[in-house]
Design a protein around this ligand. Structure first.
Ligand SMILES: Cc1cc2nc3c(=O)[nH]c(=O)nc-3n(C[C@H](O)[C@H](O)[C@H](O)COP(=O)(O)OP(=O)(O)OC[C@H]3O[C@@H](n4cnc5c(N)ncnc54)[C@H](O)[C@@H]3O)c2cc1C
Length: 485
C-alpha cells in the first residue's frame, strides 16, 4: 500500500487535521515534534507502535557531536567546527557539504539543546578502545579519527557523547527525556497508527492515510508531513533488493517496525534515494583493545585494512574480501579471546611457527610469512608503511606460539543496520531525482540519508546525532511553512 498515493479529491472524511503531521516517534520524530510545536504549529505524531521510542530507545546512546562541546572543553579535547567538518566531509561517502557544514556548525548548540531537554551527559571521558562503554562516562573516540588518512586531514578528537546511564541501551534515557518533554508540552499523538499512504493534491503532500486497528483514517496536514519512520533492515524484501550482500548469517538490529515504510512512502511521491546498498555492519573482534595489535589477513595471506579502524570499517572491508574470508592473527604476547561472544569468532588453532600457521589456515605458501616479515619490520620501526596503523597499536608479532581467530563474513555472525534512505536537503526537504524539493514533505532520521552513509565512514553516534539534529530542522522548517501561510 505504501507505494500508492491517495488523491485528496478521493478522501471522503478527514478524521483529524494538524499543521504538521510527523510519522514515527523515535528520536527524529520527537525532536521534530518539539521544535514544530515550540514554533507555534499544531502537531500530530502518528506512531505505529503503542508508544514512542523506536530503535532510538534501544540504542547505546552515543551522539556524535563536536566543534567544542561543553564536554570536550571540560575534558580538554580541543575541537572546532572546521576540524569536525574536515573529518566528516572526508569520511562521509558522498557528502553534501551543506548538510555536513550545517551539522558541524550547529553541533555545540545541539548538544546544549539536548541537555536542556533533560538528556544527561557527564563531563568525563573514557579513553579505552571499546565497542560500547557500559559505564556513565561520556566522551569516547567512536570513529576513525585516528585512522589514516583521516588523522592527516583533521586533528583527531573524540566526539562520541554517551548519555549518562550505566549498562546498555542508554538511548532509552535520552528518549525518556525527549518523550517526557513532548508529553509535558501536550504534543498530540496517535499511537497504534500505521502510515500506509501519502495523500496528495496537485503534486503537494497534504496528508496521510493510516491504519488504526481495523479502521482506515485519513489525516490532513495543512502545512507539512515529516517522515521519521527509521531504517529498513527489518524488511527482508527491501534488504534483498537494495543490500543483497546482507544475506545468510547476517542479522538486522533494530525494532521490527524499521521496515522501510517511510522510504517507500517517499518513493511513492517521486522521492530520490541515496546509499540504499550501504549498511553499518559489525562483528567487532575488540574489546579487548590489545587485539588491535594483531593483524587481519584475507585468504591470500594479505592485510587489507588498518586493524585499528572502527569496527564498522573493518567489517565493511572483511565483507569485500575474496569469499568474505578473513582471520585475526595474534602472537603469544597479545593473545586474548574476543570479549563479545555474540559475534561467534572461533579460535582456529595455535601454532609454533608462522609457516605452520600459514599451512593450518590453507594460505598460499609463503604469503603470510611475507606479510608478517614486512609488518614486523615496520612495527619495530614504529611505522606501518602499508596501512598506516596508528603507532599505539604497532608491535612486532614475533612471540610464539601464534594463534588465529576466524572472523570471516558468513562464518562469524555479522549484525547490521541500514544507512540508505530518502535524499534530503540540509533543510530536511525530501528531494526528487532532479534535486527539487517535493512540496509538503520533509524527512529525518534513519529513513533519510544525511551524514552516515556507509560502514567504512561510520562512527558511533552518527545516527542519533544527525537524526535528532535534522529532526529539529524538519520541525522548524515545517513550522515556518505553517507561519508563512
Ligand atoms: C542496538 C543498537 C544500538 C545503537 N546504538 C547507537 C548509538 O549509540 N548511537 C547512534 O548514533 N546510533 C545507534 N544506533 C542506530 C540508531 O539507534 C538509529 O539509527 C536511530 O535510533 C534511528 O532513529 P529514528 O528516529 O530515525 O528511528 P526510530 O527510533 O526507529 O523511530 C522510528 C519510529 O517510526 C515508527 N514507524 C515505523 N513505521 C511506521 C509507520 N508506517 N507508521 C507510523 N510509525 C512508524 C516506529 O515504530 C518507530 O517508533 C543503534 C542501533 C541499534 C539497533
Amino acid at each position: 500500500m505504501q507505494n500508492q498515493t491517495i488523491n485528496a479529491n478521493d478522501v471522503n472524511t478527514w478524521h483529524d487535521t494538524a499543521d504538521v503531521i510527523i510519522l514515527g516517534y523515535g528520536i527524529a520524530g520527537a525532536c521534530a515534534a518539539l521544535e514544530a510545536k515550540r514554533a507555534g504549529a499544531d502537531v500530530l505524531v502518528v506512531e505505529r507502535a503503542s508508544g514512542g521510542g523506536g530503535t532510538s530507545a534501544t540504542s547505546s546512546g552515543y551522539f556524535y557531536l563536536g566543534g567544542g562541546t561543553a564536554v570536550q572543553k571540560a575534558t580538554g579535547d580541543e575541537d572546532d567546527a572546521d576540524n569536525m567538518f574536515r573529518f566528516l566531509a572526508t569520511s562521509t561517502a558522498a557528502p553534501d557539504s551543506d548538510i555536513v557544514k550545517r551539522y558541524c556548525d550547529g553541533s555545540v548548540e545541539h548538544f546544549d539543546w539536548l541537555e536542556a531537554q533533560g538528556v544527561p551527559f557527564e563531563r568525563t571521558a573514557y579513553r579505552e578502545k571499546t565497542l560500547s562503554t557500559l559505564t556513565t562516562e561520556c566522551l569516547t573516540s567512536t570513529g576513525n579519527e585516528k585512522v589514516w588518512p583521516y588523522r592527516d586531514i583533521a586533528r583527531p578528537c573524540p566526539r562520541g557523547h554517551r548519555v549518562a546511564m550505566a549498562g546498555d541501551a542508554a538511548g532509552g534515557k535520552a528518549m525518556e527525556a525527549l518523550l517526557g518533554q513532548c508529553a509535558s508540552e501536550n504534543i498530540r499523538t496517535s499511537c497504534d497508527s500505521q502510515a500506509i499512504a501519502l495523500i496528495v493534491d496537485a503534486g503537494r503532500v497534504v496528508g496521510v492515510r493510516v491504519r488504526q486497528y481495523d479502521s482506515i483514517k485519513d489525516l490532513k496536514a495543512d502545512k507539512a508531513v515529516i517522515i521519521a519512520t527509521g531504517a529498513f533492515g527489518n524488511n527482508p524484501a527491501m534488504v534483498a533488493k537494495y543490500a543483497p550482500q546482507m544475506q545468510g548469517n547476517t542479522y538486522p538490529i533494530g525494532i521490527p517496525y524499521n521496515d522501510g515504510a517511510g522510504i517507500e512512502l517517499g518513493i511513492s511521491v517521486g522521492a530520490a534515494t541515496q546509499a540504499m546498498q550501504n549498511v553499518m555492519p559489525t562483528a567487532s573482534f575488540y574489546p579487548p583493545g590489545q587485539l588491535l595489535k594483531g593483524i587481519v589477513v584475507n585468504n591470500r595471506g594479505k592485510r587489507f585494512v588498518a586493524e585499528d579502524s572502527y569496527h564498522g570499517r573493518t567489517a565493511s572491508f572483511v565483507m569485500e574480501q575474496p569469499e568474505g574470508k578473513a582471520w585475526l592473527i595474534l602472537d603469544a604476547e597479545i593473545f586474548a579471546y574476543p570479549e563479545l561472544e555474540m559475534f561467534g569468532h572461533s579460535l582456529v588453532d595455535g601454532w609454533e611457527t608462522v609457516e605452520q600457521m600459514e599451512a593450518g589456515l590453507k594460505l598460499p605458501p609463503g604469503a603470510l610469512q611475507k606479510t608478517l616479515t614486512e609488518y614486523n619490520r615496520d612495527a619495530a620501526a614504529g611505522e606501518d608503511r602499508r596501512f598506516f596503523k596508528y603507532k599505539d597499536w604497532l608491535k612486532p608479532l614475533d612471540k610464539a606460539p601464534y594463534a588465529a581467530f576466524d572472523i570471516s563474513f558468513q562464518k562469524s555472525t555479522y549484525f547490521f543496520f541500514t544507512l540508505g534512505g530518502l535524499k534530503v536537503s540540509a533543510r530536511a526537504e525530501v528531494l526528487d531525482a532532479n534535486g527539487t524539493a517535493i512540496p509538503g514533505l520533509l524527512a529525518a532520521g534513519a529513513c533519510a540519508c544525511t551524514i552516515p552513509q556507509d560502514g567504512k565512514g561510520y562512527a558511533s553516534g552518527l545516527s542519533l546525532g544527525p537524526a535528532s539534529f535534522f529532526g529539529r530542522i524538519a520541525g522548524q522548517q515545517a513550522a515556518q511553512a505553517a507561519r508563512r501561510d
